[in-house]
Design a protein around this ligand. Structure first.
Ligand SMILES: [Zn+2]
Length: 240
C-alpha cells in the first residue's frame, strides 16, 4: 500500500494531485470533500507511476554531492570539475582580497579562509555568476537584435540566493537566475539566458516562444536534456 507523507486539503482545489518531493515524500493535495479512503484508493490506482517517480528521485539523489571541503574534493564550474586545493597564506597568485581562484583544474583557496570555506566558495560562485550572466545576456540581446531587428530591454539581472528555479523573468522585466547555474556548461547557461530573454517578448511557452529560442540557440534541446538530468544536483549544491 502506498502511504502518503502529507495530505493537504483545500477548499479551493477541484482535483486530486500527487507529487513526489526531492526528498521522496509523497504529497497529496485534495479537495476538501475527498475522504481518506478515496485518497488511498487513488494512490493505489497510480501505484506504478508513484513507484517509477520514487525510483527516479532516488537515482537523482545519488548524484547529489555532500561537500566536506577536504583537499582534492571536486567542484563543478561551467561544467568542468575542479579539485579543491588549499594554499599557504602567503601564496602569491591568489589575490588576498578574494582568497579564492580557479587555476587549471584546481579550485585554489587560501588556508586562512578555511573556517568560512562554504561562504567563501558561495560568494565566489555568486560573483562569477553575475559576471558571466551579464555578459551572456548582453550577447544574446545583441543576437536578438541582429536576427529580429528589434530591441529587447530588461530592467535588471538578479542573482537569486536560494531560489529553487534556475531562471525566471518577472513582469517588470527582471531577469532572475540562481547562482547555482554557474556549475552547468556554458551552453546550458546560454540556453537559460535565451529562455529568459525570450520571455521579454513572449510571456508564455507557446509556439512563437520556442521558435524564437530555436533561432537564438539551435541545439537547445540537448541543453534541456542536460538540465533534466542534473538540475537536482545543481540545485542542492551548498544548500544547508
Ligand atoms: Zn519559461
Amino acid at each position: 500500500m502506498i502511504e502518503p507523507t502529507k495530505i493537504k486539503f483545500s477548499k479551493r482545489r477541484k482535483y486530486l494531485s500527487i507529487s513526489i518531493s526531492i526528498n521522496g515524500e509523497i504529497i497529496v493535495k485534495a479537495p476538501i470533500w475527498f475522504t481518506e479512503g478515496e485518497i488511498y484508493q487513488y494512490l493505489e490506482k497510480n501505484k506504478n507511476w508513484i513507484q517509477k517517480k520514487l525510483r527516479l528521485v532516488e537515482s537523482e539523489r545519488e548524484k547529489i554531492i555532500k561537500h566536506t571541503f577536504t583537499e582534492g574534493e571536486e567542484f563543478l564550474f561551467l561544467g568542468k570539475k575542479f579539485r579543491l586545493k588549499f594554499v599557504e597564506p602567503d601564496f602569491c597568485y591568489i589575490d588576498v582580497n578574494n582568497l579564492i581562484t580557479l587555476k587549471e583544474d584546481r579550485l585554489i583557496v587560501n588556508e586562512i579562509a578555511k573556517r568560512s570555506i562554504a561562504k567563501i566558495i558561495k560568494d565566489f560562485y555568486k560573483r562569477k555568476a553575475l559576471e558571466i550572466l551579464e555578459e551572456r545576456v548582453k550577447y544574446y540581446l545583441n543576437e536578438y537584435e541582429t536576427i529580429f531587428k528589434e530591441n529587447l530591454t530588461y530592467n535588471k539581472i538578479q542573482i537569486k540566493e536560494n531560489s529553487k528555479v534556475l531562471g525566471s523573468c518577472s513582469r517588470k522585466g527582471n531577469l532572475n537566475f540562481s547562482w547555482r547555474i554557474i556549475q552547468a556548461p556554458l551552453d546550458v547557461i546560454d540556453y537559460l539566458v535565451v529562455h529568459e530573454i525570450t520571455h521579454l517578448k513572449h510571456r508564455n511557452h507557446k509556439i512563437f516562444f520556442w521558435s524564437t529560442v530555436a533561432r537564438l540557440k539551435p541545439f537547445y534541446k540537448s541543453d534541456i536534456e542536460w538540465l533534466r538530468n542534473n538540475w537536482l544536483a545543481i540545485n542542492q549544491f551548498l544548500r544547508d
